[in-house]
Design a protein around this ligand. Structure first.
Ligand code: AMP
Length: 400
């Protein structure tokens, strides 16, 4: 397979699956975070600079039954024009159909055509072959640059591959960078390798933890999921988040880690609240001795120090999931402290990969996005990559 960077796209009509699933303001439809759009620009520019033309296809949101104004990709058009300044960018009101075929056929070298939301057709998510064939007919070459949806076997992300010869399928530059970052951490990590796993539920992160037990030297567990581990070990957790049906599993994970020599770090103390609210009364307590009626909503200052010490001696760091309810100002200190520690470790030479919606939101919010080695655009996709699964969007490009 020739790489995207080596291929010359002159005079080719290149159909790119991008992930333009950006958040929009509910009233004005203004883009509130354009990271996913800016991330696709280098791929688009490379093709245009070669003398090719570009057809962009993406989903946006989760439309239920057909077209919905709030999920129209037209809301992204002006911003795309701004990002590609000087380039002619056209819009097609439909992602397939006669008009769209015409617009694609008339597209000149150096021009871009943005298609309407793929998910206005249920065939997209169903992975319908006829629908994929219609999309494929619009271009000469297919580029998958949508890492964020690479874990879905949808028409435009995977099924479409069969309509292009192997030498007409490519990963875009973003996809290349995402895969390289994930591969580095998964298979080429310098040790000590610390994974920080946070967020609400153990059940969502079981598979990733199990896979990491084979690779990491240390696993830091924070956020709501830490309390299931505390309770499983006989601790009092008050009314903290707990998955009763996962207590046994938590014990099994701890035992497996011990057998494999992986160090699991749980937060020694917590910031506790008498309510799930930023206005609640707060205090601190050992994470395994939280009074009745109180809940742990962030890691405490001792835990911050404990975790920072582990991170400072790490050479590779993977971070998925916040340490507390960082959306509320009184419970964001732990997540902020961990972001700072990851940044410091990176400055001192560690390789750090941050991925998964909420941890990415946190590093962005606290201004550490350019102080870590790589911030992934993939939430679910990155998680599945680290669970050891083959992603359909990646397999499809590689398949013969
Ligand atoms: P996830 O999507 O599983 O990574 O979880 C992210 C969510 O977990 C965020 O919305 C956090 O507010 C939430 N979270 C983190 N720590 C806690 C906690 N101690 N109690 C309740 N929710 C938490």
């Amino acid at each position: 397979m020739t790489s995207f960077a080596q291929h010359n796209f002159a005079n080719e009509k290149v159909l790119i699956r991008v992930d333009f699933n950006v958040p929009l303001d509910k009233q004005t439809f203004a883009i509130t975070d354009d990271t996913r759009m800016t991330a696709a620009v280098p791929t688009i520019k490379k093709i245009l600079n070669d003398g090719g033309s570009v057809i962009l296809m993406s989903h946006l949101g989760r439309p239920k039954e057909g077209p919905e104004e709030r999920y129209s990709l037209r809301h992204l058009l002006n911003h795309l024009i701004k990002l590609l300044s000087g380039v002619t960018v056209k819009f097609a009101d439909d992602c397939i159909g006669e008009e769209t075929v015409k617009k694609a056929a008339h597209l000149q070298a150096g021009e871009v055509l943005l298609l309407e939301n793929l998910r206005f057709y249920k065939e997209e998510e169903n992975g319908d072959t006829d629908f994929a064939k219609k999309l494929a007919a619009l271009g000469d070459v297919w580029v998958n640059d949508a890492f964020g949806t690479a874990h879905r076997a949808h028409a435009s992300t995977a099924v479409i591959a069969q309509f292009f010869e192997p030498e007409k399928r490519f990963f875009g530059l973003l996809m290349d960078a995402e895969v390289a970052a994930a591969e580095k951490v998964l298979h080429k990590a310098d040790k000590p390798f610390t994974a920080i796993i946070g967020g609400a539920k153990v059940s969502d992160k079981i598979l990733i933890i199990e896979n990491l037990l084979e690779r990491a030297t240390d696993i830091i567990i924070g956020g709501g999921m830490a309390y299931t581990f505390m309770k499983a070990q006989g601790g009092n957790i008050g009314k903290s988040l707990c998955e009763e049906d996962r207590l046994e599993m938590a014990i099994e994970i701890l035992a497996k880690a011990e057998a494999k020599g992986v160090c699991i770090h749980l937060p020694s103390d917590s910031v506790i609240a008498d309510n799930f609210s930023n206005d609640a009364n707060t205090s601190t307590a050992p994470s395994n001795n939280i009074p009745d009626g109180w809940m742990g909503l962030d890691i405490g200052s001792m835990a911050c120090e404990q975790f920072a010490n582990v991170l400072h001696r790490s050479k590779t760091i993977l971070w998925n999931g916040p340490m507390g309810v960082f959306e509320m100002s009184h419970f964001q200190h732990g997540t902020k402290a961990i972001a700072a520690a990851v940044a410091e470790a990176t400055t001192n030479g560690a390789y750090s990969l941050v991925g998964g919606g909420d941890s990415v939101a946190a590093v962005n919010q606290f201004g550490y996005n350019d102080k870590v080695s790589y911030v992934s655009t993939g939430g679910g996709a990155l998680l599945e990559y680290f669970e050891g699964k083959e992603l359909p969007g990646i397999a499809a490009v590689k398949s013969l």
